[in-house]
Design a protein around this ligand. Structure first.
Ligand code: ADP
Length: 655
């Protein structure tokens, strides 16, 4: 193939422009990115070679080599991994395939300063080479193809790149950075060692550099003993040494790993630029042996709600990388967890299909799930400062202080996903229920657990009351809450979209039933005194004739019409039968384009309300009846079936 010129994909060009034009506060990450690519390339080779040993050619020891040439002003990162064919080089180094990177690029604002900061934290893979280089040459040959089928890729990091054929005996890839004047400091052994120590110690692959030795300068005049020498210099010895620890982070003892190293490793595997919220690292022994290093991110990714979102667990078998996104190792409701599982028992050639069936995998999945739940329980336990019982507030240890509010942060990001577990993982349902938090009619923040609620229950109260709604405001102001407010009974406000669904699976908490205040007939049990009950019955009796007329007027809209004492200030509200689907869930399903059964609610009216009292004998009876119904629907976030008719009726009355 003779030389060909290709244009970069638009997003790449945009990214490159930014990389090369931004003042860079954190230049050195380019090395982390390129070493990480080299390491991935070696992982890929190792994996493909499981079924084709010939790919190792004559070089089974996988490694990365760093070298520089001060005179030529180049720094070269070489790996003997999988390499690239010409087509792969064109595709992989000319376009952005990763959706994460694409999203990232689309978020750039065009403001150099803030973009530069973003980009510095995110890392842009291969293209970060252009931070320090004004030209990059990539020489590569794919494992298993002929030496003549290598390829050279060259670009100045602007609009396009060139590719041409190359003969390359060595398998793998060399990335040759032609350093910018202001980046010449990277052509230095100490500098490189320092950066590798900082970012790449946990790379399990050896990173090699040629050893250097100090050599005194030559005598200028051999006859003059005291005569000047030429200045000495560090000279290469031809011997290579390993400059990183070359042991995978998770295989090292916990006590040897700093928080910073844990956080760096997380950033590397997750591509997240924020430090994780917390992590857990354990060797599990017993019938199935494995190491788990699991992280909870601080922020939810944008695609958290994508149903196809893959699990964030990387699977290794005896330190050999097997696959990304091993969904069999983590239930879907914990898909936000990132980390590594390294098994000693699984076969190296394990496939995704096999994973689904393996008993060892089931054990690992259970073990990982339990670990994550314990981690969350621990966060929850330390979330609030303990309330003092004796008026003396305990002084919190530094560690406890650091944990304050952590669970609240977690819950705000991932609480809704966690709830999916109630319907997915029955074995852990009880543990999950304890991890739930809600806002309530007396607590505005999402902080009330079922246990907190129970501790505050009124004498004689025998249910945990809740209401579901689309928004917190709708829940808080819903008419169904009125009598509870009046009596000072707390009601949990559930406003996550999954709440309705999740509550299908949870009917009680530690023996106390959950009761929706918008379902079934109104019954406060012992919380209502005899007098109130009697008054309600009498009101129902005297109101009967009106009810009959209301039922007739609303027969197409309402399943039934009855009087209620759950209302204080509102004239009417809608409820559904005990086992009926809530109006809110029915709306949600419809919005999602799914089939929902037609829910005909029950209209409950407040016989004490002035508007309701007016009904009897009114010439506007029919209009008032429909307005009552439609308003009740509006109050809970629904829409009248015929909004224009509603407006007409109201206007007629107003004028
Ligand atoms: P990412 O690593 O996130 O995929 P990069 O921009 O760093 O993104 O690299 C793009 C692609 O180029 C990689 O996915 C890989 O296919 C290929 N690539 C980069 N570096 C190497 C390398 N040293 N050896 C083989 N392939 C590489």
């Amino acid at each position: 193939m003779s030389k060909q010129t290709h244009a970069f994909q638009a997003e790449v060009a945009q990214l490159l422009h930014l990389v090369t034009h931004s003042l860079y506060s954190n230049q050195e990450i380019f090395l982390r990115e390129l070493i990480s690519n080299a390491s991935d390339a070696c992982d890929k080779l190792r994996f493909e070679a499981l079924n084709n040993n010939a790919l190792y050619e004559d070089a089974p020891d996988l490694q990365v080599r760093l070298s520089f040439d001060k005179a030529a002003k180049t720094l070269t990162i070489t790996d003997n991994g999988i390499g690239m064919t010409a087509q792969e080089a064109i595709d992989h180094l000319g376009t952005i395939a990763k959706s994460g990177t694409k999203d990232f690029v689309s978020k750039l604002s065009g403001d150099q300063k803030s973009d530069a900061q973003l980009i510095g934290q995110f890392g842009v893979g291969f293209y970060s080479g252009f931070i320090v280089a004004d030209k990059i040459t990539v020489e590569t040959r794919r494992a298993g193809v002929k030496a003549e089928d290598g390829v050279r890729w060259i670009s100045g990091g602007t609009g396009d790149f060139e590719v041409e054929t190359l003969t390359r005996a060595e398998r793998g890839t060399s990335v040759i950075l032609h350093l910018r004047e202001e980046a010449l400091e990277y052509a230095n052994t100490w500098k490189l060692k320092e950066i590798v120590g900082k970012y790449s110690d946990h790379i399990s692959l050896p990173i090699l550099m040629e050893k250097e030795e100090w050599k005194d300068g030559e005598l200028i005049d051999p006859n003059d003993e005291k005569g000047g020498r030429q200045p000495g210099a560090m000279l290469k010895t031809g011997e290579w040494e390993t400059i990183n620890k070359a042991s995978a982070l998770w295989t090292r003892p916990k006590k040897d790993i700093s928080d910073e190293q844990y956080a760096d490793f997380y950033k590397q595997i997750s591509r997240d630029f924020e430090a994780p919220l917390t992590w857990t690292h354990n060797r599990v022994e017993g019938s199935t042996e494995y190491t788990q290093l699991l992280y909870i991110p601080s922020k939810a990714p944008q695609d958290l709600w994508n149903r196809d979102k893959k699990a964030g667990i990387k699977l290794y078998v005896k330190r050999v990388f097997i696959m990304d996104e091993a969904e069999a190792l983590m239930p879907s409701y914990l898909r936000f967890v990132k980390g590594v599982v390294d098994s000693a028992d699984l076969p190296l050639n394990v496939s995704r299909e096999l994973l689904q069936e393996s008993r060892d995998v089931k054990a690992i999945r259970e073990g990982c799930t339990k670990r994550v739940l314990s981690m969350l329980e621990d966060l929850a336990k330390h979330d609030k400062a303990p309330e003092s019982t004796d008026g003396v507030t305990d002084v919190l240890s530094e560690e406890d202080q650091a944990q304050l509010g952590q669970y609240t942060r977690f819950y705000a990001e991932f609480g809704a996903v966690l709830k999916e577990g109630l319907g997915e993982d029955f074995g852990n349902q009880a543990r999950l229920s304890k991890l739930l938090r809600f806002a309530s009619s007396t607590h505005d923040t999402v902080s009330v657990s079922f246990a907190d609620y129970k501790a505050r229950m009124k004498e004689g109260q025998d249910a945990i009351y809740y209401i579901t709604a689309d928004t917190l405001a709708a829940a808080k102001n819903s008419p169904q809450l009125e009598v509870f407010k009046k009596k000072g009974i707390e009601v949990l406000l559930m406003t996550d979209r999954v709440d309705e669904w999740a509550l299908n699976f949870v009917h009680e908490f530690e023996g106390t039933p959950l009761q929706s205040v918008a379902k079934g007939a109104f019954d406060l049990g012992k919380l209502q005194d005899e007098e109130e009950k009697k008054a309600a019955e009498e009101a129902a009796e005297t109101f009967k004739p009106v009810l009959v007329k209301l039922k007739e007027a609303l027969k197409d809209k309402a399943e039934d019409v009855r009087v209620t004492s759950r209302l204080v200030d509102s004239p009417a509200c809608l409820v559904v039968t005990d086992d009926g689907m809530s109006m809110q869930l029915a709306r949600m399903l419809k919005q999602a384009g799914q089939q929902a059964p037609e829910v005909k609610p029950v209209l409950e009216v407040n016989p004490e309300h002035a508007l309701v009292k007016k009904l009897d004998g009114s010439v506007h009876f029919h209009d008032l009846a429909h307005i009552l119904f439609d308003q009740a629907l509006l109050a809970e976030g629904g829409l009248p079936a015929d909004p224009a008719a509603y407006v007409k009726r109201v206007n007629a009355l107003l004028s």
